[in-house]
Design a protein around this ligand. Structure first.
Ligand code: PLP
Length: 377
C-alpha cells in the first residue's frame, strides 16, 4: 500500500503502540485511585503532559488533555464566549476552517451569536488585515486555523494576535493547530493565541486523544464536561492513560529528528510538485507552504473517480473537492475555481515515512488515469 494521506491520519510507530500496550495491560490504574498504582499513574500522566507541553512551548499547567481535536475546538470556542459574555456575541472566523469550528459556529448562530466568515483569496491565503478588519467592539472571539488541512496554506496567527491587541484587546484568539503542530515552528508562549488545539493522530499518535492549550488571559476556564474534576476541573472523565502515553511517545519520537523529518517532507513535496505538474491538465491548487500538504487539480476529471482508481491500485489519496464524505468541500468552494478545476481537486499529504518511489508510483497512476479516461466535467 502507498499511503499519501497523512493529513487525514498517520501510522503509529511500534514504539508508540508498545508504550500504549504496557499502560493498557500492566499500568492500567486509574490516576484518581489512592493506592500506589493509581498514584504512580497520576505522576506518569503529569510526565506525559510535560512532554507534550514542552513540544508545544508552554507550561504543563496550561495544557489540558481532550478526546480529540474536535473537542479542543469546541471547548476553546465555548470557553472564550463564556469569558467574554459581557464583551458581545460576535465571532470572527474563516470560511475554510475545519468543520469542528464551522459546525460549532453554526450552532452558536442558532443561539443568537453572529458569525463573520472571512473568505480566502483565489490562492487560499488570508491576510491578518482581512481578519482584523472584521473585528468589532463586540467581537468576543477570533478563531483562525494555523494550517489549512486541505490546501496547506499557513495563516498569520501571530500577526493576528498582535493586531488584535490594538484593535480590541478583550477579544480572545483561538487557533486550530491540528495541522500545524510539529509541522510549522511555533511556541505557544510567544504565538499570542489564547487557545491552541492539537490532536495526536496527525503526528504519529493514536486517534481519540488531543490537547488544548489555554493561556493566562483566560480566567475561570469554563469546563466543556463538568463532572469528576479531572484535568484540574477543566475536562472531567477518567484520563485516557494509554492514549495519553501514546500521544507523549509519538511527540517524543517526532521531536527526535524533527528538523530532518520536516526537511524530508518539504523535499518530498517539492519532488511531487515537479512530477505531478508534468501531467497534462494538472495544476496546483492554493498556495500551501506547509511541508506535508499538497492540493492539485486534474481539471475535468472528477476527484472521486481518481481516488477510486488509485485506491484500486493500493494508493491512498483524498478527494479535495466534489466528494468529501459525499459532500462538496467548502474549502475548495471558497477558492471560487472553475467547475472543472474544483471538481478535479485532490489532496496528497506526506509523512516522515514517505518515499520518492511512492511519489513516482502515484504520479504514474495519475498520468495513466488522465490518459485512459475522457474528461467528464
Ligand atoms: N482541525 C483540523 C484542521 C483537522 O485537520 C482535523 C482533522 O482532520 C481536526 C480539526 C479534527 O481533529 P480530530 O480528528 O482529532 O477530531
Amino acid at each position: 500500500m502507498i499511503y499519501l494521506d497523512h493529513a487525514a491520519t498517520t501510522p503509529v510507530p511500534r514504539e508508540v503502540a508498545d508504550a500504549m500496550y504496557t499502560v493498557l495491560t500492566e499500568q492500567f490504574g486509574n490516576p484518581s485511585s489512592q493506592y500506589e498504582m493509581g498514584l504512580s499513574m497520576k505522576r506518569r500522566v503529569e510526565q506525559w503532559r510535560a512532554t507534550v507541553a514542552g513540544a508545544l512551548g508552554c507550561e504543563s499547567a496550561q495544557l489540558y488533555f481532550t478526546s480529540c481535536g474536535t473537542e479542543g475546538d469546541n471547548w476553546a470556542i465555548q470557553a472564550a464566549l463564556w469569558q467574554n459574555r459581557k464583551v458581545g456575541r460576535h465571532i470572527v472566523t474563516t470560511s475554510v476552517e475545519h468543520n469542528a469550528v464551522l459546525e460549532c459556529c453554526k450552532w452558536l448562530e442558532k443561539q443568537d451569536y453572529t458569525v463573520t466568515l472571512v473568505d480566502p483569496d483565489e490562492n487560499g491565503d488570508i491576510t491578518a488585515e482581512r481578519i482584523l478588519d472584521a473585528v468589532r467592539p463586540d467581537t468576543a472571539l477570533v478563531s483562525v486555523m494555523m494550517v489549512n488541512n486541505e490546501l496547506g496554506n499557513v495563516y498569520p496567527v501571530a500577526e493576528i494576535a498582535k493586531g488584535l491587541a490594538a484593535r480590541n484587546p478583550k477579544t480572545l484568539l483561538h487557533t486550530d493547530a491540528v495541522q500545524g503542530f510539529l509541522k510549522i515552528p511555533f511556541k505557544a508562549k510567544t504565538l499570542g493565541a489564547d487557545f491552541i488545539t492539537i490532536s495526536a493522530h496527525k503526528v504519529g499518535g493514536p486517534k481519540g486523544i488531543g490537547a488544548l492549550y489555554i493561556g493566562s488571559r483566560v480566567r475561570n476556564v469554563k469546563p466543556l464536561l463538568p463532572g469528576g474534576g479531572q484535568e484540574r476541573g477543566g475536562r472531567s472523565g477518567t484520563e485516557a492513560t494509554a492514549q495519553i502515553a501514546g500521544f507523549a511517545k509519538a511527540v517524543e519520537v517526532r521531536c527526535r529528528d524533527l528538523d530532518a523529518s520536516l526537511s524530508h517532507m518539504a523535499e518530498i513535496k517539492a519532488y511531487a510538485i515537479e512530477k505531478l505538474t508534468a501531467i497534462d491538465d494538472l495544476r496546483l491548487v492554493g498556495r500551501g507552504t506547509a511541508p506535508h500538504i499538497l492540493s492539485v487539480s486534474l481539471a475535468g476529471w472528477p476527484s472521486q473517480n481518481i481516488v477510486n482508481d488509485l485506491s484500486s491500485q493500493g494508493i491512498c489519496i483524498s478527494a479535495g473537492s466534489a466528494c468529501h464524505q459525499g459532500k462538496a468541500s467548502h474549502v475548495v468552494a471558497a477558492l471560487k475555481l472553475s467547475r472543472r478545476e474544483a471538481g478535479g481537486t485532490i489532496r496528497l499529504s506526506f509523512g516522515p515515512e514517505t518515499t520518492r518511489e511512492e511519489i513516482d508510483a502515484c504520479a504514474e497512476a495519475l498520468r495513466a488515469h488522465h490518459d485512459r479516461r475522457m474528461p467528464m466535467l
